[in-house]
Design a binder for this molecule. Structure first.
Ligand code: SF4
Length: 204
């Protein structure tokens, strides 16, 4: 039987050849073939991640890894080694007219979903951490406000797999939500749910 590790390695080789979205402004970014019970799903890389060749490589990542270090006792290095890092879209979408990152469109999200589907089927994760509204919506559909999502855990069945979903806000400096109340407390509650989840204790 082919190991999960070999399946993931092949999957990532295939992902890196994907050029399906003509508006995307980079090649795909991957966190590597980490066999884990925990998966993190972000939104889409920024302009620095394709250069540095890893997800959450810049300011949003610094903020997010600080959360995990302070609340879940894991360094960035350890996190990258023990959590499979995926995203709603794997390529940098480019900038919008205001200079912010363009939000991927519905077709791009659908198209890129094939990679996420394969990863969920291959890994059968027990816990998925969805970071940001776009990622949360991938699992929960139409969304209530973040205040009703963050700090909670949701049982989800998708692609024939059952897992717990913990939503987190996007750590980008563009949104003050995680830094002001009640977002600050809810974010800490979400991180505590991750820390105490049985899959987190035995990720690999
Ligand atoms: S965003 Fe996803 S589907 Fe689109 S080109 Fe990149 S990897 Fe392929």
């Amino acid at each position: 039987m082919v190991s999960k590790s070999a399946l993931l390695e092949e999957h990532i080789r295939n992902l890196q050849t994907c050029r399906l979205c003509p508006l995307m402004r980079s090649t795909p970014v991957s966190g590597g073939p980490v066999v884990s019970r925990v998966m993190l799903v972000g939104q889409a890389p920024g302009d620095k991640e394709p250069v540095l060749q890893r997800p959450f490589a810049w300011t949003a990542g610094k903020a997010m890894f600080k959360w995990f270090e302070s609340q879940a006792g894991v360094s960035e290095e350890e996190f990258r080694k023990t959590v499979y890092m995926a995203a709603v879209c794997r390529c940098f979408p480019g900038k919008n007219a205001n200079g912010g990152d363009r939000v991927p469109d519905k077709d791009e999200i659908e198209r890129c979903g094939r990679w996420l589907q394969k990863e969920i089927i291959t890994l059968s994760p027990e816990l998925i951490i969805a970071v940001g509204k776009l990622a949360i919506a991938r699992f929960l559909g139409e969304l209530p406000p973040l205040i009703d999502l963050v700090g909670k855990i949701f049982p989800v069945e998708k692609f024939g797999r059952k897992f717990d979903l913990v939503p987190l806000p996007h750590p980008s400096g563009a949104s003050p939500w995680p830094r002001i109340e009640p977002g600050k407390t809810l974010t800490m509650q979400g991180l505590a749910l991750i820390r105490d989840h049985p899959a987190w204790q035995h990720r690999t």
